[in-house]
Design a binder for this molecule. Structure first.
Ligand code: NAD
Length: 454
């Protein structure tokens, strides 16, 4: 395995940077440093920890454009998305900072004394991040973990280490203590695995493929190590005939094409009630064909390239010649380009209809009634997100309750907000991130009984 990581610009295939890959020894040394830094951090007054996190947020805010440009170069994201992503890191840090002084235990009535609980930090947290949203997903773990009094070692994905490294520099400049937040770029099977196996790492926060997530979960089981998993998705977009079909059709393309479909919440199974199917397709087809695909730095671009050649090959392999497709445009020449694609008439059990493709590809399938919609929506091993479009409030609530997914939206495609919980049912994950309880997930509850009778 190479001892350097080559970062390529996905839009041009040009080499952006080479970064040394961390070894197992590097991980071991980083864990030792982090453990020392964590003890000092946890001993600080909560108000001081909060203040430093706000300074870190301000440093990110002061470098939004730089971070966004870096994200465009290493991940090929559109510049508008990349700016949002950098802003999301700032928001996550501010939100977490607001929780530091509110992270309180409870006082529980008992006989013979008083009983109190403390929310203690876990220690050193290993965050293993993917390449699809390098900055926000890193910050989902990083911000609440630090706020709850932990140290963090972040291992970014092989293809996207640059924004993570820059965030660590900004943290230091903002006054976050040395070694409290370390970034170790490296290979998953080396640096990632070393974090998972290290006895000094108390919890692993992993986002990525279900395959690797399962391996990590089983390794964590050996040590009863805490683990949060955010894995894949194959989310439904359910459109009932009573919905505002124009609005549903207008929103459907970017609900799976945003970030070139490399989004675990992408609404890649468009389920449309039979009575509205033809009208919906008539509206959605020209919208897909006219999506602006190209230079991610052009403000008008809606969709950029895929992350890598291997991801491009993976996506191509799903769209087999026997499938009927509607396609948009994609640039020719260098870069990992794939056009917006909608597969019509696939069998509901076809690989393209059940697997996470992680590219700009969706299937559209008809359904008969509410029961059929729920059956189809749940006919997958995943359960991360989903949308439903209807004007019937009762139906919206019934279907929201019946779909087995962690994040649903009605008459919209919203999934992730830092202030609301996020996570998956079934094989989409384990545990929840973000939301009001984000900090608690990085603590251990300690119960103390104090006798008043001694
Ligand atoms: P991956 O799961 O291999 O990588 C995600 C992260 O895990 C990376 O940082 C990687 O270095 C690390 N990793 C890999 N093997 C590891 C190991 N044995 N121990 C510890 N860490 C390890 O994902 P990928 O290969 O980059 O992408 C493959 C597919 O995964 C995609 O096509 C997509 O379907 C899915 N994916 C999902 C998400 C998501 O947000 N849910 C993100 C990325 C990829």
């Amino acid at each position: 395995m190479s001892d350097v990581l080559e970062v390529l610009n996905p839009a041009t295939e040009e080499l952006v940077a080479t970064v040394p890959a961390a070894t197992r020894d590097d991980v071991d040394a980083a864990v030792g440093r982090a453990a020392t830094a964590q003890r000092g951090w946890a001993a600080l007054a909560p108000a001081d920890r909060a203040r430093l996190l706000r300074r870190f947020a301000a440093a990110v805010d002061g470098h939004l454009e730089e971070l966004a440009q870096l994200e465009v170069r290493e991940a090929g994201h559109t510049i508008g998305n990349a700016r949002w992503e950098a802003g999301n890191v700032r928001d996550l840090l501010e939100f977490a900072a607001g929780g530091v002084e509110r992270l309180s235990g409870r006082q529980i009535p008992v006989a013979g004394g008083i009983d109190v609980t403390f929310l203690e930090p876990l220690g050193v947290i290993g965050v293993i991040a993917p390449w699809n949203f390098p900055m926000p997903i890193a910050a989902w773990g990083l911000a609440p973990a630090l706020a709850a009094g932990n140290a963090v070692i972040l291992k970014p994905a092989e293809t996207t280490p640059l924004t993570a490294l820059r965030l660590a520099e900004l943290a230091l400049e903002a006054g976050i203590p040395e070694h409290l937040f370390q970034v170790l770029p490296g290979h998953g099977a080396v640096a990632g695995d070393a974090l998972v196996e290290h006895p000094g790492v108390a919890k692993i926060v992993f986002t990525g493929s279900t395959r690797v997530g399962k391996q990590i979960m089983s390794k964590c089981a050996d040590r009863v190590k805490r683990v949060t998993l955010e894995l894949g998705g194959k989310s439904p977009n359910i459109v009932f005939a009573d919905a505002d079909i124009e609005a549903a059709a207008a929103a459907a393309p970017m609900a799976y094409l945003d970030n070139t479909g490399q989004d675990c919440c992408a609404r890649t199974r468009i389920l449309v009630q039979r009575g509205a199917y033809d009208r919906f397709l008539e509206l959605v087809a020209p919208a897909i064909e006219s999506i602006a695909v190209g230079d991610p730095l052009d403000e008008k671009t809606q969709m950029g390239p895929l992350i890598s050649r291997s991801q491009l090959e993976r996506v191509r392999a799903y769209v087999t010649d026997d499938l009927t497709t509607l396609r948009g445009k994609a640039p020719e020449g260098p870069g990992f380009w794939y056009p917006p694609t909608l597969v019509t008439g696939a069998a509901p059990t076809a690989p393209v209809a059940v697997d996470e493709v992680f590219g700009p590809v969706a299937v559209i399938l008809p359904f008969e009634d509410e029961e059929d919609a729920v059956r189809l929506a749940n006919a997958t091993e995943y359960g991360l997100s989903g949308s439903l479009w209807t004007r019937d409030l009762g139906r919206a609530l019934r279907v929201s309750r019946a779909v087995q997914a962690g994040n649903l939206s009605v008459n919209s495609h919203s999934s992730v907000r830092y202030s609301t919980p996020f996570g998956g049912y079934k094989q989409s994950g384990l545990g929840r991130e973000l939301g009001p309880d984000a900090l608690t997930a990085f603590t251990e509850t300690k119960n103390v009984f104090i006798s008043t009778e001694a």
